[in-house]
Design a protein around this ligand. Sequence first.
Ligand SMILES: Cc1cc2nc3c(=O)[nH]c(=O)nc-3n(C[C@H](O)[C@H](O)[C@H](O)COP(=O)(O)OP(=O)(O)OC[C@H]3O[C@@H](n4cnc5c(N)ncnc54)[C@H](O)[C@@H]3O)c2cc1C
Length: 588
Amino acid sequence: MSFPVRKFDAVIVGAGGSGLRASLQLAEAGYNVAVLSKVFPTRSHTVAAQGGVGAALGNMGEDSWHWHMYDTVKGSDWLGDQDAIEFMCREAPKSILELEHFGMPFDRNEDGTVYQRPFGGHMQNFGAGPAVQRSCCAADRTGHAMLHTLYQRNVRANANFFVEWMALDLIRDDSGQVVGVTAMEMESGDVFIFHAKAVLFATGGAGRVYASSTNAFINTGDGLGIVSRAGIPLEDMEFWQFHPTGVSGAGVLITEGVRGEGGYLLNKDGERFMERYAPNAKDLASRDVVARAMATEIKEGRGCGEGADHVLLKLDHLGEQLIDSKLPGIREIAKKFANVDPARDPIPVVPTCHYMMGGIPTNYRGEVVAPRGSDMEAVVPGLYAAGECACASVHGANRLGTNSLTDLLVFGKSAGNSTIEFLKENKSHKELPSDAGELTRARLNRLNNQTGGESVSEVGAALRDTMQRTCGVFRFPDLLESGVREIKEVEQRVARTEIKDKSKVFNTARVEALELDNLIEVAVASLVSAEARKESRGAHDRADFAERDDVNWLKHSLWFKEGSKLDYKAVHMEPLTVETIAPKVRTY
Ligand SMILES: Cc1cc2nc3c(=O)[nH]c(=O)nc-3n(C[C@H](O)[C@H](O)[C@H](O)COP(=O)(O)OP(=O)(O)OC[C@H]3O[C@@H](n4cnc5c(N)ncnc54)[C@H](O)[C@@H]3O)c2cc1C
């Protein structure tokens, strides 16, 4: 055997909100579960979530899971799978109560119930309005509170954490069943095989394929790269969310909660321009709508500042007291990264890459599905995925704010439960194939032996620049075509990168080179899928096909690494118990 082997019932790759929610299910059920993470669990990107977690608790006025479902289907521009969306919205209130009982320090109302704030695209009465207060929060540090709560709970349940361990490749046997992963201990540089009955990916997003991103540096799409190298397709990769309010120049996020609490956007004329683009929801329209409105204002010369390259987010009228109690982190971020005190002056903001709607295809049970024969959604035995790396698909073509944290809780738990069911039926480990670890060995050997190659940082910069220029908020046919060409050239360069430092101990150069292998799969998948989709839907806005085209394009894209080929599969229009929410024009 090529690498030393460690055995567990299940391996979870990723210790963000989704990984920790899944591992909690398994550890509490008494399974021997390994949780791998590139960083200490509470430093996963979930820690940065500010605005809140969506659930129709109805603590601040009337609400229902069915309204939440309607908003999510509409937000997805009808590309979301309605069975998965119903499941998430029905389960959401339960998952909040669970978290509350785990000790999550939510903000409270006078009567002791969880405080909820309004958020973009969340409405009463099946979209008719007015805005509903659905986002449960802990000030503007909701993700921080959530991650710490879940981590503590995992420690109590004796989950085994492997901190600063990087998963590299998937191991499947001849029948296609998943039997483990290879992973590198970053401290020593040693590689091990984690032999498991089941593997669950919770590796989070990949926002680092763009030059300007709200995402952490570790968000390099590792889970997506790993499964695509193992023959599993990636779903709906053309759909990237640009958050309207990243700090201009820095990319750091200013939560939509600012607008939820009453902040609004201004152009250089001091005009509250969202009133023109979304007369009803205004600044609380869906994210793609607000981001496009901002990009249009800037493009048409109504941007602010010397370069006329941003707009302003005004919140001083909320008063210092509210800002300090409900948005303290934002005040800090604005001072640090924009050099303004938002209690006095507006914050300069631009749309910034924020969230990946696509990912590893799963059903609502968190089982990974891929085409086999005529079945477009055959379950891959032993493989699960949850959280931002997965595509269930609840967010479709555009995610509503607060629905990702909901996704982590609901699908983290359901993927954990599905894994438990599988473990009950598969009591012993399947044998490792004779070539286990060979792909990893080959990748590491190439890096160790490569001479005269390009630096990882140069090639990485070319990748991010290509995505930023050719696959942004607005999409133009000529740019998409040249983007596909350029990214395939970058792909060739990725295969020839060189690291000068070949040492083993804490070699971050090697880690970055291995991450680049994953970023490139994400970038190629995104550009190829985007170039092919000849319509505008949600976050995918084409200049040459301005309308949504349900006749030809109400379908999910599937990108396969092998030959960089595309296929398509049907959207699940049938919910679990209620009637289909039929497609109509999406206005706010
Ligand atoms: C700044 C910011 C604010 C946000 N605010 C909100 C909000 O208010 N509400 C909301 O609903 N959503 C919000 N989102 C989105 C949401 O926070 C994320 O989608 C979500 O937290 C992702 O959680 P996750 O569990 O999927 O992954 P993450 O929390 O990103 O965790 C990924 C984990 O995978 C591990 N990992 C990755 N690759 C490997 C590998 N190769 N080997 C081992 N481990 C690996 C990492 O170490 C990490 O532990 C926000 C996002 C950002 C960036």
